[in-house]
Structures are given as structure tokens and as C-alpha cells.
Design a protein. Sequence first.
Length: 399
Amino acid sequence: MFSVLFISGLLCGLLPVAGGAVFGRTDLCPLVAGVTGAGVEFQVVQGRLRQTDMVQFHHTHTSPGHLQKTTAKTAILFIQPQYNISTMSTDGEVSLYLYGWKDCATVVFYLCITIILHAVVQEYVLDKVNRRLHLSKSKNTKFNESGQLCVFYLVSSLWSLYVIATEGYLLRPSSLWENYPHVHLRFQVKFFYLTQLAYWFHALPELYFQKVRKEEIPRQLQYISLYLLHILAAYLLNLTRVGLVLLFLQYLSEMGFHLSRLFYFIDENQHKMFEMWSIGFVLTRMITLTLMFLAVGFGLARAENQTLDLEAGNFNTLPIRLLVLFVVCFTQSWLLWKFFRFQLSRTRELRLEQVARKRAATKQQMQRTLKRDSVGHHENGLIKAENGTSPRLKKIKTP
């Protein structure tokens, strides 16, 4: 709950700053946003903060967000994850969450937050670096893309690693498929998935906001669609545990690639990071396939209950398992095919460059040899003719 309120407060604080970055305006009239504190109210009027003293608090204010009762229920629908239930455990009362159609409202709210944070990173970090690097237009677009994704992958990989560690998946890998279906989610797990969906849905309007070139749009739509497909499948099919581990591996690998590309744009002689990423990329694909076959192919196949039950959230049937394995295997195979195809084309280009350099060096050496033979050769500082005789020096007559 604290993280939700913190992000909501952060949104209110960033609205006057990032609004101009998103829409290219500094006069955000008629934007009026209020953050109510202990006796103080801050209002954003025409892009500026104005502090006014509060006369008194009304009983209609509520503690989460200090919103009016008439709008509190609607606001909570967008801000806080829904479908929570309370269960008793050894640690006491624990709040768990299900999923439902109301999650769409939460995703939309955090989608708006993501757009604002995207604009803040672009305006106050990436644009300042671009002015110093003086990149071309095509490189500038790729630099912005890698910069945004690096920030997202870094935050998401650290966040997912924290969730994996606190949920105990590292110490007990069999928990990834045991006790399926994993219908009841902890707050941090559900909130992680909702923010992931919000980010990748926000990437669609960002194609317009960032004015991405037409030839770049199909490539970006490919990986955006793949991320949405896999995250939605893991969330709706109650495969959130194994999906969390796979997302961590994928984000870690992709962060290495985009970091390598950023360093390459800064210094084009930096190729070692790409070589290290290539090894990590192949290992990630192998670990992903192994984990999927272990969890879905063998773990869920041994479960007792293998009947389709939509109310209970059980999708552990043979056709669905085969479909999930096919989608993941096809995606990983496609990524490997693209990777090896790129490496082969890059190797051919390097060989052609080396052959061209050798030909240019040989041609230049032959030209020097012909030039030396046509003029003669030097011996003891004197120019010798082809027959070996030295040309006679013409005496200068004295007056």
C-alpha cells in the first residue's frame, strides 16, 4: 500500500514538470492538481506551484490519498490493485489478490504514470546526453530507445529479483509448478505484473510521441507484441511464478544488449561488451527452454488435477501445456535464428572489409614499387639509373 501511495504522490509532483515534456508546453493551463498534506495544500496553476493554508480538514477526507468520499471509490479502482481477499496463515492475516476485469483500470492509470516518467527520462537525461554526442538522426533514435529500455530493464530486473528472493523461489525451485493453480497472488507479485503490462501498453502511444520513423515501427511492434503476449499469458493462465523468473532472465539479457549499444554510440571502438552479451544471449535462451520444459512439460504434467476449470483458474490440460510450450519454443527459436543470422551477416561484412583493405594495401604497395622503378633507385644518397650508372652532375660555372 505504501508503494502505491508513494507512486501516486510522485505522479502529482511530476505532473507540472513532465507535462511540458510530454506535450511540449510550459504553461499547463488549465491543469490544476492538488496534493493535500497536514494543514497545507499545494496547487498547480498554470504550471506553477502555489502554497495555500488550509482552513480545516473536513470529515469527508479519507486517509488513502486524502480524496473525497464521493470520488474515493473510483480513485481506488485506478490506484490500488483490486480483488483482494484476507486469509489466515502462520504469520497472521495475509492479504492476497485475484485477477479480474477491474485490473484494466489499474493498468490504464499506471500507463499514464509511465508516459510521464518516460518523458522525464527523455527530457532531463537522454536529451542532454544527445546534445553532447552530436549523433545522426538514425543513431539518435536508437540511442533514445536503448536509453529508455535500459532504465526499464534495470528497474524491472532488480524488482523481479527482489520478488523472486522474497517469495522463496530461489531456495525452492519446485515451487514454480507445485500447488498449481497459483490463483492467489501477493501484492508485490500482482503489482509487478500490472506495471509490466502498463509499460508495454504505454510503448504503443510512445511510437507516436517519439516520432519513430516508419521503417523502425514494425521492428518495435514485434518485440512489444511478444512481451504483451507472454506477460498476459503468464498472468491469465496463472503461470506467474515461472513467468516472473523468465522475465528476469529476459530483462537481464536485453539490458546487456542495450548497454552495449549505448557504449558503442559513445565510443565506436567498444565491441567487447557485444561479445560478452552474445554469450549471455545464447545462455539465456538455453536456460529459458530448460526451465519451461522442467516446469510446464514435466512439473505440471505430473499434477493430479488436469481438468480445465475456469472458476478455479486451472488451465493444466495437455492442449494448453503444448500450446504454451510451442509459443515459448517458437519465440526462443526465432530469437536464436535472428541472432545467428545477424552474426553470420556481420562476419561476412568483416571478411569483405578485410579483403578490401588487403587489396587496397597491395595496390598501394604496387604503385609505390612502380613509381620507384620508373624514377630509379637510391644508393648512398645518389639516384641510380636503371643501367647502374649515376647521372652526371652539371657543373656550375663561376663568373
